[in-house]
Every structure is written in C-alpha cells, then in structure tokens.
Design a protein around this ligand. Sequence first.
Ligand SMILES: Cc1cc2nc3c(=O)[nH]c(=O)nc-3n(C[C@H](O)[C@H](O)[C@H](O)COP(=O)(O)O)c2cc1C
Length: 186
Amino acid sequence: MPNPTLQVIVASTRPRRVGRSVADYIVERFAAHGGFEIEVVDLAEVNLPLLDEPHHPRLGRYEHEHTKAWSATISRGDAYLIVMPEYNHSFNAALKNALDYLNAEWRGKPVAVASYGGVSGGTRAASAITEVLVTLGMIVSNVAVAIPMVQSHLSDGRFVGYPQVDQAIEATHTALLTLTRGLTGA
Ligand SMILES: Cc1cc2nc3c(=O)[nH]c(=O)nc-3n(C[C@H](O)[C@H](O)[C@H](O)COP(=O)(O)O)c2cc1C
C-alpha cells in the first residue's frame, strides 16, 4: 500500500512572509521521519479570490474553475499540516477563506497545526482555527508545533530549527501518522 499523502498547507500569502521557510523546514524534518508522501500546498500560489461560489460548499456544486481546481487539490490529501501565522490574536484571512471554499474534501481527515508568531507562538491562532477545523468535521491532532519569536530564528531568510521545535515536529509527525493510519488503514 502506498504511503498516505500529507499536504502541508502554507497559510501566509504575504510578500516576505516567514511562513514558507517555516514550512520548508518542517517538510524536511517530516520527510526524514518518513511514512508520508508530502505535497506542499502554498496558498500564495493557489491564489484563491475571496469566496465567490453561489452555493453552499457542502453541495459541491462548484461553478468556478479555481474552486474545482482547489477541490481536486485538497481531495488528493489524506492528511494535512497547516503552517500558520498569528494575526491579531487569530488565524489569517487567506487560510479561513481557503477552508471555507470546500466541505466534504476536508471531512473526516486528520489535521495538525504548526503555528508561529511572537511570544505566544501563534497558539491563540491555533486555538481559533481548531474550532473551524472541528466544524468542518476534521480530526484535529492534540499534538502541535508552536514556534515563539519566529523572526529571531531566521538566517538568510531560512528558518533554523532548535531542539525544542524539532521535538515538537517529531511528536506532531508521529501523532499525524498514527491518526492517518488509524483512519485509512494505510
Ligand atoms: C497583520 C499582522 C498581525 C499580527 N498579529 C500578531 C499577533 O497577534 N500575535 C503575534 O504573535 N504576532 C503577530 N504578528 C507578527 C507575526 O507573527 C509575524 O509578522 C510573522 O512573521 C507573520 O507570519 P508571516 O510572515 O508568515 O506572514 C502579526 C503580523 C501581521 C502582519
């Protein structure tokens, strides 16, 4: 049986964001631990407009090509890791918009969060998005990554890990793989 597909969703879409370098670092670590086929889904590249579908997403009656393409992308995932910043004590708008676009594509699938920010490590944003993920019927990992003072762990624009964050990444990988295997039988 092939490895399940983990999609690492890069939530920040800002120019000069740190999100992509944090995601790249986590992808490297996850790949070293094995067990998943990993695909990066970068919301800056997906570039969805603000939700513009006339029907409720649970009906799956998508009219726009960008929604059909987004649905096809997320349908490929067996599990997700959301790499997300904290903006004004909550999640960023592009992430919420991307989640709102779909419904059945998310349902029943495992998800973990890797948040980052200032002193809070993005934990307020992670708590806020958990309610959304549960509402979408996702199975939310109780193990997560939180990176405080993310800006001080950059070197030449690349995120540089340290033992505590590496431990959290490994624990999150293990939790996500256990959930995914339990749910898919993979
Ligand atoms: C609009 C905005 C709001 C922010 N609000 C918070 C916040 O509430 N808490 C926090 O820890 N950091 C906050 N920050 C700082 C971000 O954590 C930091 O800029 C981080 O690099 C943002 O991630 P990104 O570069 O991947 O977009 C905020 C940044 C922006 C741009």
